[in-house]
Design a protein around this ligand. Sequence first.
Ligand code: FNR
Length: 362
Amino acid sequence: CMAGDPVNINEFQDLARQKLPKMYYDFYRGGAEDEHTLRENVQAYHRITFRPRVLVDVSRIDLSTTILGHSISAPILIAPTGLHKFAHPEGEVATARAAAACNTIMVLSFSSSCTLEEVASSCNTVRFFQLYIYKRRDWSALVVRRAERSGFKAIVLTVDTPRLGKREADIRNKMVAPQFKNLEGLLTTQVASDKGSDFQAYADATLDSSFSWKDIEWLRSITSLPIMVKGILTREDAIKAIEMGAAGIIVSNHGARQLDYSPATISALEEVVEAVKGKVPVLMDGGIRRGTDIFKALAFGAQAILIGRPVIYGLAAKGEVGVRSVLQMLKEELELTMTLSGCPSLKDITRSHVMTERDRVR
Ligand code: FNR
């Protein structure tokens, strides 16, 4: 460890803040409107404590698991986030290499700054592709076909973004709308806002807000890949997603960038897990900054978690090496948490290992 090397995820965030131009840092860090949910996504973990069990043989800890049949070294995936080249010149290729080195799955964003083909050929590992539905559905369909051809193993359909949330830092900074690489040659006109965020103007011009449950059938008709639905926060929608044939559910509020005053994802997780009844895997993301946060999500029934901003902070701070360190750090913290809680493997982690305010009143 060199002097000044970050020892936790928050210190990676400090490094990223120092390195990045303000417009980009604000874009990565920011949430919607009052940023109430942004704070809650992190703070809700602080209100959950442990019920550790002692005198268990914890000399060997096994963090490995499988997602849709693919083995990974720890239940920590990379969430889809756009525009990695604003964080580091190698962009998503560096992130993908770090994921491969750590033997985990990266979900590549539809809004990536490297093409999906570049990412696919950069290294050999299991990858999922995140999809937005554009007004030009034929463009979305074309990108899905390219993802299939490039060997992506699942489609992660993001369903919480019929329009972009109101991200005030981006409006203030007049955030730019770069050419999204996967749409190169398709979207030829540059969209700009006369005032405010070009990024938002671009989203408003492209996203299809008419896409609804029945259209998932259309998506299933154009791809044979399993479809995970990302952005579920209620039991009602979890049940619907399964009815529509979802292969998995990701409890997410888009890193608090969409509907402010959505619940913290750790607070919504249990409701969804109970509704799903084990029919499909439930994953979650939002606010994970510690191994203890991951343990809490697993205790509420998540199969795995995804991290968004921590990856970007690692990438901005130190490129591929930084993303590796972030993944490794969270993995080591989770391993230590399991050790000190008396859980040698992921299946040993149960609801009875954590305690909420509500449990204390009971
Ligand atoms: C995102 N997220 C996101 N989600 C998605 O489905 N497609 C996308 O292109 C993006 N882009 C994106 C950019 C940035 C800068 C952020 C911070 C987030 C949401 C992302 O997948 C995930 O849900 C959250 O980032 C998880 O919360 P944390 O880990 O960032 O707190």
